[in-house]
Design a protein around this ligand. Structure first.
Ligand SMILES: [Zn+2]
Length: 379
């Protein structure tokens, strides 16, 4: 396992790409320092204008913003309406009731109270629970099906409604270093379909788990040919936005009435108290990611702060040592209950996905780390 020399990304991250020992997110962040965000805003506005000219339905909405009950949604919705001067329709793929948190539901209500129109689509609860278990067994990922439905619902409804301009917040290629989704330029989100979570493992497993096509459709990302036919364009807002970061977004959103989850970092492992507000199980995934690839959510949070020079790499290492992989037993119990397995069964499945080169496994227990954060291991 090799670390980026500048941040704490490892080469085990799916679709990672290193040049001269530095990851693509760090390379991008360096090039950012010399480019102007107002110029970028102009470029983005030109792109939006040309995209909107091709819109079929010239009705009530100019564009679609994909939202959840989280911090980025609140900020994006406001930015699109107030800064870009557009009339957005918000589309939300909500969690089934047993998965969604009270905080998440309140935050969605808060967006509606702010005067936005919103369409929510929720998967059939039994199918959702079944796929949450299948995802875990087949891919060591308790959220794969949930993520597939989140990413697919927005373009699927955009195509149906005839509104062709879609906004997402962050560009995963630039923010976390997923090279597969790199587009024509930093705003181009049309390669979002290549995101690891959408492509790995195909979709056949969903068909066999659910049987009926009408249940399956909710999880399938629309084909490229449909994007072309309907002139669908996805744009990332992050690059045109000089203070787009997890910290800035949560501060802004909290001021606009978003409910955060302070003081829970020893339970959820979430240092921002602001990510994954709308459901709990993503915390398990962050833990599993750590066991599979040697880095978790604390690493992603810390990397952003290292790149913006808020902390040093050494300070980052201390934080990551403490918080990567944290996920309280209570969350694991609640997931196990949701998908109807015991906790022992949970750990038996989880342990199959642990990278044994960097962790030691003990039956029925949490894996133990062999490596030191920030130092190349086994190479
Ligand atoms: Zn890096």
């Amino acid at each position: 396992m090799k670390y980026c020399k500048s941040c704490l990304t490892t080469n085990l991250r799916p679709n990672s790409s290193f040049k001269d020992g530095i990851c693509i997110a760090c390379h991008y962040s360096d090039s950012q320092a010399i480019s102007s965000s107002s110029l970028k805003l102009k470029i983005l506005q030109e792109k939006i204008k040309s995209s909107r000219q091709k819109q079929r339905n010239k009705g009530a909405y100019d564009c679609i913003v994909g939202v959840s009950g989280g911090k980025d949604s609140t900020r994006q919705a406001h930015w699109v309406r107030d800064r870009l001067g557009l009339r957005p329709l918000l589309i939300c793929c909500a969690y089934p009731p047993k998965q969604m948190t009270e905080v998440g539901a309140n935050n969605l209500s808060n967006l509606i109270k702010m005067g936005f129109d919103m369409i929510t689509a929720t998967p059939a609860p039994k199918s959702a629970a079944k796929l949450a278990l299948e995802s875990f067994k087949l891919f060591g990922n308790v959220c794969k099906s949930t993520e597939m439905s989140l990413f697919s619902t927005v373009p699927r409804l955009a195509i149906e409604l005839g509104v062709n301009t879609i906004f997402w917040g962050e560009n995963p290629a630039l923010q976390v270093g997923d090279a597969a989704v790199e587009g024509f330029d930093e705003f181009d989100g049309n390669n979002l379909r290549k995101l690891n979570t959408l492509t790995a493992g195909g979709t056949e497993w969903i068909n066999s788990a659910l049987k009926h096509d009408y249940l399956v459709e909710h999880y399938l990302y629309p084909e490229e040919i449909l994007f072309d036919k309907k002139d669908i364009n996805i744009f990332y807002l992050g690059p045109a936005w000089d203070d787009w970061s997890n910290d800035d977004n949560s501060t802004y959103a909290a001021l606009e009435g978003l409910t955060l989850r302070p003081g829970e970092e020893n339970i959820t492992g979430d240092l921002s108290n602001a990510s994954m507000l709308d459901e709990e199980f993503t915390n398990i995934n962050m833990m599993l990611k750590y066991y599979k690839f040697g880095f978790g959510r604390a690493t992603d949070t810390v990397n952003e702060k290292i790149r913006s020079q808020h902390i040093t790499r050494e300070q980052g290492i201390e934080i990551v040592e403490r918080y990567d992989g944290v996920c309280d037993d209570s969350i694991i119990q609640s997931y196990s209950k949701y998908v109807d397995i015991t906790e022992t069964e949970f750990w038996n499945i989880a342990n199959k996905w642990v990278n044994k080169n960097i962790f030691t496994i003990k039956k029925g227990q949490r894996p133990i780390r062999k490596f030191t954060v920030g130092t190349d291991y086994g190479c």
